[in-house]
Ligand binder design. Structure first.
Ligand code: SF4
Length: 294
């Protein structure tokens, strides 16, 4: 559901398509990743509580039966904990049928908050944190200026796990180009196995004009993966996964082949399906428009 007021473009996870979106923060507090253009025109700030409260009052009058709310923008988890607690409490009392509130967190936010703070947020309806790790490779994270190491990503995620807040983690396929594809797949699977997220989403790189990565591709410094190379990278990554209870999705608009699975049940079938498609392509028997998802 579209918010009443929104500063700039709206970005939200695909699974929050039916959620009410409220901006608690503006922009992204990191805003330096080389592949990302989402919040480049916004200077990060936490919105004033009075403004947020006013919007909560207006939306609860219009949509009193709201069950899900997504707090935008790029990382509402960066809000000071006391302010986030205040907003969550207001939401709980304004929307009596509210089931969960979700938001994007960046790795720094998890490092800065304690497990106790995260538990306190969970207890007042913080139901899911969307966390873009992008890669598990130290070299790739450094190259794309993610600002954290794999060890820091694991440490931040462990705090959320300890607090019992489910994590929806995203990895960006194609991020290391053809040159680093195998390492990106292998190291991402390794880090995901440590994090053991409840949800895993794979997106495919779409380097937006104006970004550093777009320029690097134009200058031949990074070779983008084609659709089949992306599938092979996904296959490599999925093969390396050993997750306890994870819902897997690669069905974002950026993905060439929609995939979804409960990994504990479907991982072998998913790999078999990917092998079938890759093999048919290799034998020239499959065209992209004929690909069926899983
Ligand atoms: S990828 Fe995430 S952390 Fe990086 S600049 Fe974009 S919104 Fe910020």
């Amino acid at each position: 559901m579209f918010p009443l007021k929104y500063e700039g473009d709206v970005f939200r996870p695909p699974s929050e398509a039916k959620s009410l979106i409220l901006q608690a923060t503006i922009g992204c507090s990191h805003n330096r990743c080389t592949f990302c253009s989402m919040y480049k025109r916004k200077k990060f700030r936490v919105r004033k509580l009075a403004e947020i409260e006013e919007e909560i009052a207006l939306t609860s009058d219009m949509l009193p039966y709201t069950r899900r709310i997504f707090l935008a923008d790029g990382n509402a988890l960066a809000m000071p904990t006391a302010e986030l607690v205040h907003v969550l409490k207001k939401l709980n009392s304004a929307f009596p049928q509210l089931e969960r509130v979700s938001l994007y967190g960046n790795p720094h936010d998890l490092l800065e908050k304690s497990s106790e703070e995260l538990k306190a947020l969970k207890d007042i309806n913080l139901g899911i944190i969307y966390l873009g790790i992008e890669s598990g490779s130290a070299a790739v994270l450094e190259a794309v200026k993610k600002g954290v190491t794999p060890e820091q990503l694991a440490e931040g995620a462990a705090k959320a796990k300890a607090a019992g807040v489910p994590l929806s983690v995203t990895v960006l396929n194609g991020l290391a180009g053809v040159e680093g594809s195998a390492e990106h797949a292998r190291e991402s699977a390794r880090l995901l196995n440590i994090i053991d997220p409840e949800y895993l989403g794979l997106l495919s790189l779409m380097a937006a004009p104006g970004t550093t990565m777009h320029r690097q591709i134009k200058e031949g410094l990074l070779t983008p993966l084609g659709p089949w190379e992306l599938l092979k990278e996904i296959r490599m990554m999925v093969e390396g996964l050993n997750l306890s209870n994870c819902i897997f999705r690669a069905n974002h608009a950026s993905n060439y082949l929609p995939l979804k699975a409960i990994l504990s049940r479907d991982q072998d079938a998913l790999l078999t399906n990917l092998d079938r498609i890759i093999e048919q392509k290799a034998r020239g028997k499959l065209k992209r428009e004929n690909m069926r998802g899983f």
